[in-house]
Design a protein around this ligand. Sequence first.
Ligand code: TRP
Length: 333
Amino acid sequence: MEEKIMLTGIRSTGAPHLGNILGVIIPSVSIANQNTKHSSCIFIADLHSMIQIEKKSMTTIKNNTYQIAAAWLAFGLNIDNCLFYRQSDVSFVTELAWYFNCFYPYQRLALAHAFKKEIKKIDKEKISVGLFTYPILMAADILLYNAKLIPVGKDQLQHIEITRRIANYFNKKIGKKLFVLPHAFLQKNMFVIGTDGKKMSKSKKNCINIFSSDEILKKQIMSIRTDSKSIKEKKNPETDYIMSLYSLIAPVDKIEIMKKKYLKGGYGYYEAKIALYEYIIHKFSSEREKFFSFIKKKSLLDHILASGAKKANRIAYERLNFIRKHLKFNPII
Ligand code: TRP
């Protein structure tokens, strides 16, 4: 049976938070390391990050790419087995995005939830065309490699749906199955809440960042919202946010012990937060150590990403030429 190509990207918005790690990085590394050579693509979506150019400089975006790269490597991604690259280093994708721009109806794209939500938040003058066509570039990321399995967070589901529609439009118009239809690969039960109980997200400033210093990490954990029950009182483990986060990472026996403490009373939220903090430090000690070591070696990271891009460019070149042929364009000179 032919292996399904897996592909995923994370925007270069800084070190990935616990939600990214549990929802995308850990499951993707596990698939990529098992897949046969070059059947997995993992990239840093720095072109997508450019939609924040109003707020962030290109230097910040570049520095953030190192943070993302270091995080993937810290979680043990085997770079010999997959294509690991910066999106901007494989620029064939922007050509494919243009084709999709021409094939996809404007009105449909205007219905995208993420876009509609975003434009409510920002000044009209600041809405870029890039923000609007964001899903088109994402479709190009995926379809350029004919990737089928796309590990993403729930917020990206509509983008995958748009990618499927684009693939369909294109295939129909050309009269040939040039693109396979991808599927989102969601981690079941992996709803990672942030410190305020809402979905963990950089924009909500409710993140737990395991790749920050001990001090900052502790501060983030201490800021988890709780009710105002005193130490003495019995607490509800089902509705508490500390417990919810602890349950995602701790082993069953430890979770059970904490649950009992909650139900019995005499156990304060402060203690629970300390337990969560200590468990995070313990669980991710080797990843944190590797991250802090990689982040100091920018030239090594540059080298790794450049050799990944070289391999990716070779595959992308072939694929794009094949697509160009069906569009009656000449091969790339
Ligand atoms: N939009 C994704 C995010 O913000 C990042 C991304 C860009 C991506 N291109 C992709 C994810 C292709 C999966 C596949 O999380």
